[in-house]
Design a protein around this ligand. Sequence first.
Ligand SMILES: Cc1ncc(COP(=O)(O)O)c(C=O)c1O
Length: 356
Amino acid sequence: MIPVTQPFLPPRIEYEEYLEGIWQRNWLTNDGELVRELETKLKEILQVSNMLFVANGTLALQLAIKALGIKGEVLTTPFSYVATTSSIVWEGCTPIFVDILPDYTIDPKLIEEAITPKTSAILATHVYGIPCQVEEIQRIADKHNLKVIYDGAHAFGVKVKGKSIFEYGDISTCSFHATKLYQTIEGGAVFTKDKSLFKKLGYLRNFGHDGFDRFNGVGINAKNSEFHAAMGLANLKYLEEIMLKRKDQFMFYHKRLSHLAVSLILLENLTSFNYSYFPIQFQSEEELLKVKAKLEDNKIGSRRYFYPSLNKLDYVAGQVPLAESISKRVLCIPLFHALTYPDQQFICDLLTESLK
Ligand SMILES: Cc1ncc(COP(=O)(O)O)c(C=O)c1O
């Protein structure tokens, strides 16, 4: 079986070298040496002002909402992973879905139309690593005094106008889940340029602790461990190789599939991209299901990222025609470091054959 994704693992010996230090220090979690080292190195690699390593990308979103004191309605994208919506609901806010553009990101024009006196924030996703229209969104947020959070779970390494994408918005988040381009097993991060927000996020991540016996507000346990940081550190050595290979693999598919009657990510619109997913948009759901079945018959995994459109979850409401239509017609095909070119060619042949 060829899976749709597979984690990149560093050579085991290199991970074990970090374990040696963990055993020597006998320090497993709580702002350990490796967590700090990972934060320092990632800050430099990503060129961000501030970042905190957290337990996962979902808690990162929840911390962001909490830190900004967001209440009421949050304008958000329906085309994302469920965590984007569930975090809003989990924090006691109401997601208001705003339809997307053909490039899969939230439509700024529709954001402005959806603003009501109850709106307090915008939570948008750089889905598949495709940047949202960050400048236009900030203009709208400034005009209407709204906070902006970006779910950058897919956007590791992406830049906008030469700046890390994580520097945009009040707070940005990322996921380092095992299936992501860069992984720490479970893990994620929050990023903000604002020093006082950064301090607040630090309290929130660690139960509100301000020293051993003092507390600064209500907090949660969103810390991550030395073992997860060790995986992240061991993977850093391979980051460049992973990103270059991913681009080659992406282009391999792109070249061989662009003549088919499907829509692929429009690379000409992107000045910086991380090639993290390969979504194919079919003309109909029937076509998608036919291709998916053909791939399955040949032991090839694929995933309907992202289906259903999040407004269809049974705990929310709203109508977003384009997102609903696109989410029924998008399929992601295998893309991971160890995927071979012959396997990619086989996948392309199957797709070509079933779309004949
Ligand atoms: C868009 C998006 N947001 C949030 C998350 C949640 O991240 P995590 O799995 O690290 O909690 C994911 C994870 O897959 C995601 O794809």
